[in-house]
Write a protein that binds this ligand. Structure first.
Ligand SMILES: C[S@@+](CC[C@H](N)C(=O)[O-])C[C@H]1O[C@@H](n2cnc3c(N)ncnc32)[C@H](O)[C@@H]1O
Length: 207
């Protein structure tokens, strides 16, 4: 497994112990439990843990956050560890993955996580959150349809996107508008110096 650098330790700060514990669990069980592919372990820190951390500065203090399609726990579990002030809801429809998420929550002893074994659409009209996060779940238009109804008025969808972030936002602009998004920004973020840049899309909903 890739060895974390000093800059990564600094990035995670007080969350270092839980994040390292999570990394260890993934290294031991991730492939066996079908959560990450064999090629992902050598880049677990850079590609997954550090990449997830890129969203932390975009989340307001004490916010309620829903991570749509958490999978193995990216970015939701990492953000819950870094930001104990948040109430982090993980929305994941695949049972095998929700069992894994529950195991990590138990083992790392996180008390700010609520698990939802559901598709995002199943929570429409039932729950809203200050922020909805997502990574690698769907293209922007589909992701917006699933996620924006879960954002409270004045809140935001904050999504980790790849190099095509700006194009995806442009392609989805009518869908975003229809869903009540009034402003969309694309930020290029490098969570640690020399790390790969990642794009963070912040789509704010009408208040
Ligand atoms: C490619 S994985 C990405 C997982 C994780 N976010 C990551 O970045 O590693 C996509 C995840 O979205 C979940 N998913 C698919 N459709 C969904 C929906 N409608 N609502 C919530 N989650 C969904 C899948 O079960 C899967 O765990």
């Amino acid at each position: 497994m890739e060895r974390p650098t000093d800059a990564m330790r600094e990035l995670f700060g007080l969350a270092w112990a839980p994040v390292e514990h999570f990394a260890q669990m993934l290294a031991e069980e991730g492939e066996l439990r079908g959560l990450i592919g064999p090629h992902e372990l050598p880049r677990l820190w850079t590609r997954h843990l550090v990449n997830s951390a890129a969203l932390a500065p975009f989340l307001p203090e004490d916010a309620t956050v829903a991570d749509v399609g958490s999978g193995a726990g990216f970015p939701g579990l990492v953000l819950a560890m870094m930001r104990p002030d948040l109430e982090m809801h993980l929305i994941e429809p695949m049972e095998r993955r929700t069992v894994w998420l529950a195991d990590v929550v138990d083992e790392v002893d996180l008390d700010n996580v609520v698990l939802h074994h559901a598709r995002a659409e199943e929570l429409h009209k039932k729950a809203t959150f200050d922020v909805v996060t997502a990574r690698a779940v769907a293209a922007m238009d589909k992701l917006a349809r699933w996620s924006v109804p879960l954002v409270r008025p004045g809140g935001a969808l904050v999504a980790l996107k790849g190099r095509r972030a700006a194009e995806e936002v442009e392609e989805a602009k009518y869908v975003l508008k229809k869903l009540g998004i009034v402003a969309t920004e694309v930020h290029e973020v490098r969570p640690v110096p020399d790390s790969e840049a990642t794009s963070v899309v912040v789509a704010t909903k009408r208040g």
